[in-house]
Design a protein around this ligand. Structure first.
Ligand SMILES: Nc1ncnc2c1ncn2[C@@H]1O[C@H](COP(=O)(O)OP(=O)(O)OP(=O)(O)O)[C@@H](O)[C@H]1O
Length: 505
């Protein structure tokens, strides 16, 4: 093992982000073609920006050095209550500026001096970045920085106590494992890099930690695979999905995960409750495809994966976590902010000596989101899918005949009539039964996934190309009008319906 999970790294220059840069830029030419089918439908004008970001990303290895954690208090503290206008904040080393952008207007921010990063991605000096209303984030500096803000915030304050050192220590251990995997013969088990799963209750900072680990790894030239199993607040595509995508560059702090080639499976609901078995089936499907992909690509196998999970950790939620750990063969379990979950997992996984269960502190900056905020966030993710994070995509309103589309639901309906069952047995709904749906007025505003399946019986095991939202149904002319991310025919005729709906406001 290349270091301990909670110990400090003695030589950050060996593990800092630029230490591996050259060796990895040599392998970069072999572009990762991880996923056979991409989200064709997804608008894709984020690439250029990510590349520019990369040009500007120059974290030096020293910027990731760490040691003690006692830090002098920051010299500027803006209190809650929505300061506005242009102002500067001086961040001391290993401190962070926590910001909730005003719900009504965007915030501009730039680095005037020093270096700082947002959730693992370094911010280019002097360039203004614009953050959308309501966004919650932190600007962290390893060595100190002066930040300028322009616009209103709901709150902004600096914090000198963060768990960042323990997080970067985890990164360093993962880095060691990736290097060891890369140096191992490709046909040996040792060539598999870390498969990290981040677990914890809702609002413990799972997505944020996943993002940091991915961005730090990408910064060093790895292309780790991000697997997002959080169907409520997923960050790869719209809610109701599980998805995976390679991360080739540090994640853009404003635009998020690039939608270049995600592998997406549609559950259709913002929590697994309505169809727990389907959730398991989809996680298994996704795991199998990734397994195949890793088998043929030593580079992505060595880089490994970071898996984000749901905050549902009790009862069935806990079972689903165990199922995901098993299906994706996770070998590092990072438990955020919950002692009970940590000891339960440690206990149940002690029979697997190759699995490390590591407890990490939750950041005090993580914002708790109530039900209505989560609902809003889901709505915003769907809007973002069609219109882009900066409202710069152009979705299209298209029309189709009823007969052109075949819409299915997964689950529901009795599996067999009572008469066909053994005496005393109750008919149960088959969770993976496909049910053909007749177009009705209830489908107004429904968000449907477009399946890559060629035949109905392939629908459950197929990934999806993208999504449409039904905006109008004309029963007289038997026509449906829908919003799609692009013009032209749908990439498949089979559509999957769940409970997701979106009303453009
Ligand atoms: N250090 C921080 N400072 C300010 N905001 C933060 C910080 N860390 C996380 N946040 C914000 O807190 C919110 C919750 O964090 P995050 O999404 O990582 O939690 P989560 O455990 O994944 O939640 P869930 O399980 O509900 O999806 C997000 O809006 C995130 O941007």
């Amino acid at each position: 093992m290349a270091g301990s999970w909670n110990g400090l790294i003695s030589d950050p220059h060996q593990t800092g982000p630029s230490a591996l840069r050259n060796s990895h830029s040599q392998v970069k030419a072999r572009t990762l073609k991880i996923l056979s089918k991409s989200l064709l439908f997804a608008p894709n004008n984020q690439t250029q920006r990510s590349k520019e970001q990369k040009k500007n990303c120059t974290i030096k290895s020293s910027a990731m050095a760490f040691g003690g954690s006692a830090v002098a208090p920051p010299s500027a503290v803006a209190g809650a209550g929505g300061p506005s206008g242009t102002r500067q904040v001086k961040l001391e080393r290993e401190c962070e500026l926590r910001i909730e952008v005003s719900p009504d207007s965007p915030l501009r921010l730039r680095i005037l001096a020093g270096t700082a990063e947002i959730f693992g991605t370094e911010i280019a000096p002097e360039i203004w970045l614009s953050f959308p209303p309501g966004l919650k984030f932190a600007v962290f500096s390893w060595y100190g920085a002066t930040i300028e803000m322009d616009g209103a915030t709901e709150t902004d304050y600096t914090a000198d106590e963060t768990p960042m050192i323990s997080y970067v220590n985890v990164h360093a251990v993962l880095e060691g494992r990736r290097n060891r995997a890369k140096a191992s013969p490709t046909d040996s088990d040792l060539s598999q890099g870390p498969r990290v799963i981040v677990v914890g209750p809702t609002d413990s900072g799972k997505s944020t930690l996943s993002r940091m680990l991915l961005s730090w790894a990408a910064k060093q030239g790895w292309k780790p695979t991000f697997v997002d199993l959080d169907i409520g607040q997923g960050s790869i595509t719209i809610p109701g999905c599980i998805a995976a995508t390679p991360i080739e560059l540090p994640i853009d702090p404003v635009e998020g995960i690039p939608l270049e080639m995600p592998l997406v499976y549609f559950h259709g609901h913002p929590n697994p409750g309505p169809n727990v078995d389907l959730y398991k089936v989809l996680v298994k499907e996704l795991a199998q495809i990734l397994e195949r992909q890793f088998a043929g690509n030593a580079e992505s196998r060595a880089a490994g994966m970071v898996i984000n999970t749901m905050g549902w950790i009790e009862n069935v939620g806990y079972e689903l976590l165990l199922h995901s750990i098993d299906a994706l063969k996770a070998n590092v379990v990072l438990v955020l902010g919950q002692e009970k979950l940590f000891s339960m997992l440690k206990d149940v996984l002690k029979s697997k000596p190759n699995v490390d269960v590591v407890k990490l502190q939750k950041s005090g900056g993580v914002v708790t989101r109530l039900g209505n905020v989560r609902k809003k966030a889901r709505h915003y993710r769907i809007k973002e899918y069609f219109y882009g994070p900066s409202n710069d995509f152009s979705p299209h309103s298209n029309t189709a005949n009823f007969s052109d589309l075949s819409i299915y639901r997964v689950g529901g309906g009795p599996q067999a009539p009572r008469s066909a069952l053994p005496i005393g047995a109750e008919p149960a709904a088959d969770p993976t039964r496909l049910v053909h749906v007749t177009i009705s007025k209830d489908m107004h505003h429904a968000v449907l996934a477009v399946s890559y399946a060629k035949e109905p019986d392939q629908i459950i095991s197929s990934n999806v190309a993208g999504f449409i939202c039904i905006t109008e149904i004309d029963f007289d002319r038997k026509k449906i009008t829908y919003l799609a991310p692009s013009v032209g025919e749908l990439p498949g005729r089979f559509l999957i319906m769940g409970s997701l709906a979106w009303l453009e406001t």
